[in-house]
Design a binder for this molecule. Structure first.
Ligand code: NAD
Ligand code: UDP
Length: 314
């Protein structure tokens, strides 16, 4: 990348699933990393290998409170991502998105840091057009059980672009589509981790609704590569980063079952409210602006993820 140097990076949500993989990548490339987390869904164990490293610092802090730090770059990931966790305390989720992003933008402005927001495909809600390009403005239920997260991320995007317009803050806005891989929490309720954990425990796989709803699953290493290219590049976004391979939830269940135990039962459970029917990114912008596309197939990514859960599930 053109502007590679040893930055001092702040990663909010750095003890979580995506954040800890990002920490690994930045540490491996010789940069300084300050990781900030309140441990709501993150774990110190994800960062074990960096504790006591001279280029690494860990701060317990909640992004809804302001903080003063001297940094060059902010990777703002702090926010629960799984429906089970973001619906646990929806008011706190909205506060984390709004106040957390506001505080981090204030910090970015004060010290002149570039800031990347981990936004989401959920800004498209239950999309009426398929697949979803960045120009699509979305279809979100403002009063439903997913809105604390969806609307939280929408206002977070708005804040970023207003800071760019008013204060020339250097922003990067990334719309992340369903991402999976090692270090997802066994109990976080997302479909890939649920199916793998259920299959390894010999339990039935739980499909919500008829299983014909679709998602596009991106392996974590591909996602982190896209995130780094976006931060290093000149495009402020919003930009979709995801794998355009689209699968029904039934197909995903079959893939997991066939790899672990084809005799496992599948049970159907009620579809949660406002569960989007379909989701698939248009990634031509990421392709053009970042020269990025995912490299790891769902089959290969599942193999790596299953191996990790086998080694780590208690
Ligand atoms: P995660 O839950 O594993 O990580 C979130 C991290 O943020 C955790 O370590 C958690 O403890 C921390 N956190 C939560 N609230 C906080 C607060 N108020 N103050 C400080 N720390 C706080 O989730 P993830 O999958 O790693 O997601 C990371 C980011 O990427 C989130 O912003 C999420 O919205 C976004 N994203 C993820 C996906 C995905 O598929 N994984 C998809 C779209 C968007
Ligand atoms: N899902 C499912 N069984 C599960 C968990 C989730 O069928 O055990 C479904 C869920 O209803 C949704 C899809 O899988 O249609 C993806 O769910 P996830 O929570 O992983 O992501 P999101 O809905 O936020 O995209």
């Amino acid at each position: 990348m053109a502007n590679r140097k040893n930055y001092r990076n702040l990663i909010t949500g750095g003890a979580g699933f995506l954040g800890s993989h990002l920490v690994d990548r930045l540490m491996a490339s010789g940069e300084e990393v300050i990781c900030l987390d309140n441990y709501f869904t993150g774990r110190k164990e994800n960062l074990n290998k960096w504790i006591n490293h001279p280029r690494f610092e860990l701060i317990r802090h909640d992004v809804t409170e302001p903080i003063k730090l001297e940094i060059d770059r902010i990777w703002h990931l702090a926010c629960p991502a799984s429906p089970v966790h973001y619906q646990f305390n929806p008011i706190k989720t909205a506060k984390t998105s709004f106040l957390g992003t506001y505080n981090m933008l204030g910090l970015a402005r004060r010290v002149g840091a570039r800031i990347l927001l981990a936004s989401t495909s959920e800004v498209y809600g239950d999309p009426e057009i398929h697949p979803q390009p960045e120009s699509y403005r979305g279809c979100v239920n403002t009063i439903g059980i997913r809105s604390c997260y969806d609307e939280g991320k929408r206002i977070a995007e708005t804040l970023c672009f207003d800071y760019q317009r008013m204060h020339s803050t250097e922003i990067r806005v990334m719309r992340i589509f369903n991402t999976y891989g090692p270090r997802m929490l066994a109990n976080d309720g997302r479909v890939v981790s649920n199916f793998i954990v259920q299959a390894l425990r010999g339990e039935p796989l739980t499909i919500y609704g008829n299983g014909k709803q679709t998602r596009s699953f991106c392996y974590v290493d591909d996602l982190i590569e896209g995130m780094i290219r976006l931060m290093n590049g000149n495009h402020s976004g919003p930009i979709n980063i995801g794998n355009p391979g689209e699968f029904t939830i039934l197909e995903l269940a079959e893939l997991v079952r066939n790899r672990i135990n084809p005799r496992l039962e599948i049970v159907h459970m009620p579809l949660p409210a406002d569960d989007p029917l379909q989701r698939k990114p248009v990634i031509s912008l990421a392709n053009k602006e970042l020269n990025w596309e995912p490299k790891i197939s769902l089959e290969k990514g599942l193999e790596k993820t299953i191996k990790w859960f086998k080694d780590n599930l208690e």
